[in-house]
Design a protein around this ligand. Sequence first.
Ligand SMILES: NC(=O)C1=CN([C@@H]2O[C@H](COP(=O)(O)OP(=O)(O)OC[C@H]3O[C@@H](n4cnc5c(N)ncnc54)[C@H](O)[C@@H]3O)[C@@H](O)[C@H]2O)C=CC1
Ligand SMILES: CC(C)CC(=O)C(=O)O
Ligand SMILES: [Mg+2]
Length: 370
Amino acid sequence: MKKTIAMLPGDGIGKEVMQGAQEVLTVIAEQFGHEFIFTSGLIGGSAIDQRGIPLPPETLELCRNADALMLGAVGGPKWDGEPPENRPERGLLALRKELGLYANIRPVKAYECLTDHSPFKKSVLDGVDFVIVRELTGGLYFGKPSERSGKGGAESAVDTLFYTKEEVRRILTAAFEMAASRRNKVTSVDKANVLESSRMWRETAEEVKAGYPDVELEHMLVDNAAMQLIKNPAQFDVLVTENMFGDILSDEASVLTGSLGMLPSSSLSLNGLHLYEPVHGSAPDIAGENKANPLAMILSAAMMLRTSFGMEEEANAVERAVQLVLDAGKRTGDLAFENDHPLTTDEMIAEIKEGLADDNAILHIMEAYA
Ligand SMILES: NC(=O)C1=CN([C@@H]2O[C@H](COP(=O)(O)OP(=O)(O)OC[C@H]3O[C@@H](n4cnc5c(N)ncnc54)[C@H](O)[C@@H]3O)[C@@H](O)[C@H]2O)C=CC1
Ligand SMILES: CC(C)CC(=O)C(=O)O
Ligand SMILES: [Mg+2]
């Protein structure tokens, strides 16, 4: 298959981990006889530096001409002084809105070999396998007004949590569809005891549920959800929520896997052009040091192979290679113990490529003896 993939590395460790995704995809293309054409675009701080704005029109054009998109991360202290409308993060928010990437799918799976690296007891992590479905193009990050006014003692600021009923119905439908192909349970997370938008969310969840008689629906207030996520995370199957709640809860949930550097995601549209990105940010504290864990980005590439290209076997190969390398005790610094010698980003990427080769060798042996 011939596919064009738009690569948007962005800033900080975004560039380092994106290199890993491209190298891994290149090996997959060779092994499975595909042709992947990689195009590259500017977004975030790098786009501000080179083009003066965080999402240049040519980047959007490049994305629209691709079969799928991959993004590293945006942002960093260098651009913290930019006016709000020109911050790097605005580039990513605008990309999500422009391309209608309304459903952010964030799978959370505890790898058994990493349980010692998590601050949780093994008994808490047993059976943890859920998906956060985060609304991505509405809510607090997009509502207007969002501004400051007045000066001195009279200064004030406002952000707006706005949703249309249709936006809410669309994301809840995505969550129910996902639960129907998993363990038939949706936990809808809101703050309906306080927020009007949450009360509309809750009503809509009940309406959507009517079309899915086999799927159980429970409502949970977001503060309780934050607590339940670490007390009994195995209770969740599909957790669906508003943009900002989902942003916060997914960073929290990443700790169950041992590191934020392990969590991949897909951002889905209704028209088939999807974006794949790690959950983490640009990690300025380790950027440029060859220390970042590239696995969230590499696992995002696996999600792309499966979801955008229907390449199930290829996606499985990437995920098996990750499992193989982790099972062999190979770790980057975020997952290493104090006395370990952690792998660099480049070394981890090389290990995954070797893992892919190993896996292939095993497959060939199995075929030969079948
Ligand atoms: N999707 C995106 O592009 C996102 C961008 N950001 C931006 O990133 C910048 C930094 O934000 P932070 O709050 O520091 O969040 P962050 O996710 O970049 O980092 C949080 C902590 O996790 C560590 N970490 C993150 N990813 C890692 C990886 N792959 N390997 C090893 N360690 C990793 C970092 O070193 C840091 O200690 C900000 O400008 C923020 O706006 C934040 C989140 C998402
Ligand atoms: C706009 C992004 C920086 C928000 C974020 O943290 C995320 O999407 O995970
Ligand atoms: Mg986030």
